[in-house]
Design a protein. Structure first.
Length: 434
């Protein structure tokens, strides 16, 4: 018999409005498989209680009757109950210290944990993700930030017409707004003093592709990283064209011994590599940081370098859209993720302190760490499309059986981090972080 499934109210962030399954997906699962859903009442979720009720779900103030609970972000420690199964983004696989108390609580209550981030195919590609929408919202926010920051420098540009992502009713409306700005730039141009405006993207996965999707709505010409450093010397550059540059690992890092960059060697032996991205930074107007990073790898933007850059005067680099958003990570000046309601700060390279908002000396950083929730309906629909086929097997799984005997699709079983309060074989390394 299938377990009763719960969809929880998101409470980690004030502006978190996403859902792992939408009313339409719930309705399809009820009609096709006869599954039972209880939805925790929420006044802020993008989909209303009434929408779920009409889809066939029960609406309750809690999920006490549910054995399997789907969420999006991390769950408060006092929310967990004994022997239950939780599916959410736990952010524990890097040993993140801020989530170790949460995982300890789950261990103590003999819980099961499935992490969306670890649901991958045989080539280790993620199957369920919000990445594209993080890129979409991050690029919209960064163009909005650019307009605001340039205005404080005394430049009026069409970018000021762009709003923060969450203020649009849909992705379609946001794209239409950016497209109009692109048409105005194409027709009227941009201030000569700012040109050429260049936007660099680190990474080439779902996040980067989402960001580039928005950037492509502007009059954009792609050039190679090798061309970027010579762009200022090009003759007769148009003021109604922006330039896009995609940086891969080979542009960001070089071997310490001077030998040719090898991608797989870099992944396995990052200590053998040093950052070389600094040669490109002075030529960028906007840096969109969209790549995967953990603390084994070198940083691409350091506090020391940003100070050195500003000692020569105000640089071309105006905005960093840090979608990767690792605190003190690949972009070291990102001290923490920012909330939707207070999305940007200016990092002062001399005091090494951030100031919320658009004012002050330094680099403006947009580092919202829940960017997909700024496009909550679109991102939830896409996420649920990917999740739906796994819901019935999860509902039917008998988690009381030994780990090796649990019947789950391989991608989901790979993502089972805790089973009855114990780390499964692939995740025992996390014990070292406890």
């Amino acid at each position: 018999m299938s377990a009763v499934l719960g969809i929880r109210h998101e409470d980690k962030y004030l502006m978190e409005r996403r859902a792992p399954l939408t009313p339409s997906h719930v309705n399809k699962l009820i009609e096709k498989h006869g599954l039972k859903f209880t939805v925790e009442s929420s006044g802020k979720r993008i989909f209303t209680d009434e929408e779920y009720r009409q889809a066939g779900a029960q609406i309750e103030k809690d999920l006490k009757k549910c054995q399997v609970i789907f969420g999006v972000k991390e769950i408060p420690e006092d929310y967990f109950e004994k022997h239950k199964t939780y599916i959410f983004f736990s952010h524990v696989i890097k040993g993140q210290p801020y989530n170790m108390p949460m995982i300890k609580r789950m261990i103590g209550l003999n819980c099961n944990l499935i992490d969306y981030e670890c649901i991958v195919d045989e080539r280790n590609r993620r199957l369920i993700f919000f990445g594209r929408h993080a890129g979409l919202a991050g690029m919209i926010n960064s163009l909005w930030s650019l307009g605001k920051r340039l205005r404080r420098y005394g430049f009026e540009t069409p970018f000021v017409q762009i709003k923060q992502s969450y203020k649009y009713d849909s992705l379609k409306e946001a794209k239409e707004a950016v497209t109009l700005v692109g048409k105005q730039i194409a027709e009227e141009g941009l201030p000569e003093e700012l040109c050429p405006i260049t936007i660099g993207f680190t990474g080439y996965g779902n996040v980067s592709n989402g960001a580039q999707e928005i950037a492509s709505l502007l009059p954009m010409k792609e050039i190679l990283p090798e061309e970027l450093t010579k762009l200022d010397k090009w003759k007769n550059l148009p003021n109604n064209t922006l330039f896009k540059i995609i940086f891969k690992e080979k542009h960001l890092f070089a071997r310490n011994d001077g030998k040719t960059f090898e991608l797989q060697d870099y992944y396995y032996n990052p200590d053998n590599y040093q950052p070389v991205f600094e040669k490109y930074i002075p030529h960028l107007t906007v840096l969109m940081n969209c790549m995967y990073w953990d603390d084994r790898y070198p940083r691409i933007v350091t506090k020391k370098y940003i100070q050195k850059l500003f000692e020569k005067g105000r640089p071309k680099l105006t905005v960093i859209g840090d979608i990767t958003c690792d605190p003190d990570g690949s972009v070291e000046i990102t001290h923490k993720g920012t909330p939707v309601e207070n999305p940007v700060f200016v990092y002062n390279p001399f005091t090494r302190k951030p100031t919320s908002g658009f004012e002050g000396e330094g680099i403006l950083v947009m580092a919202v760490d829940i960017l997909p929730t700024e496009l909550p309906r679109d991102s939830s629909m896409t996420f649920a499309d990917a999740l739906t086929d796994f819901v019935k097997p999860i509902a039917d799984a008998d988690f009381n059986k030994p780990f090796e005997n649990i019947k789950l699709p391989d991608p989901v079983k790979k993502a089972l981090i805790l089973h009855k309060g114990s780390f499964t074989p692939d995740y025992r390394y996390i014990e070292d972080f406890l």
